[in-house]
Design a protein around this ligand. Sequence first.
Ligand code: UDP
Ligand code: MG
Length: 326
Amino acid sequence: MAPAPVLCIVIPCYNEESVLPLTCSLFRNQLESMAEGGLVSRRSRILFVNDGSKDGTWRLIRDLAASDPVFEGICLSRNRGHQNALLAGLMAAKDICDISISIDCDGQDDIAAMADMVKAYLAGNDVVYGVRSDRETDSPFKRLSAQAFYRLLGAMGVECVYNHADYRLLSSRVLESLSEFKEVNLFLRGMIPLVGYSSTSVYYKRHERLAGESHYPLPKMIALAIDGITSLSIQPIRIITVLGLAIAALSFVGVLWAICVTLAGQSVPGWASTISIACLLSGTQLLSIGIIGEYIGKIYLEAKRRPRYIVSETTLEGSRQGGSEI
Ligand code: UDP
Ligand code: MG
């Protein structure tokens, strides 16, 4: 029988000193029960990524790592955002594990679902998506905006699993393949389906945040949606082209009509309609330029090839495979 896989739970944290002391023991208990059940190796780890927190989050992580070998931490040199922090954690995990599970640190995602994820991996899946089966704990507005978010992504041709955020299991070969994706504009839930391999979903109930506040208010959600669409799809530019063609065709018909009316000896009536059409056209043009500008901005950022994150501190040195057991 194959040995139980070494699991690394990857948890990005930004200003989470209020919630971390509550959830770290929940993560540990879950890992311990999976190791006891023989699902995962006793050399499994919990890896926190401090995303440039301004509070005592890194101090807490360092203390945890010093007091218990199951905890590890890496610290980014500044805040780089959830997606970059997650990638930093996954790339660090790649060297120490057979499978990774990424999860938020606030207890909203059902920690117990990890066991089903590992079982789905053992059944032959390289990617296991954690999918929210209901959003009872979210406000009606959050539910509505999330629905619009996933539908918009789908309509724009971005392949991503409905109601799945960043709670997922990845095998080491998926992590290896993911390391080949060099883009700076990250939207992991749209990138993972591009990696391929066999995948499945595990459903869970989303809970309330145990403490602290969400870092994703509406403007950040919109920015994430724009990033997701513009870094993975060129559908908006195609829509502009089709819109341009349709408007050009309509204008041609309008001009023909105006010529015919003039030749028939009648003047073309109404300046109000002219003004409204001019306003509509200039609005459409500005919007189109904005969308194209968004892509040019993305190309500019990609062209510079700046590092996506810089690790300033780590507890991982000297704790590679073969280290102490839970
Ligand atoms: N997070 C991060 N960097 C950031 C913002 C958030 O690492 O710049 C982490 C945060 O600590 C949490 C996860 O990303 O573990 C998801 O954030 P949050 O719970 O605020 O989002 P929500 O669940 O409200 O969408
Ligand atoms: Mg949360």
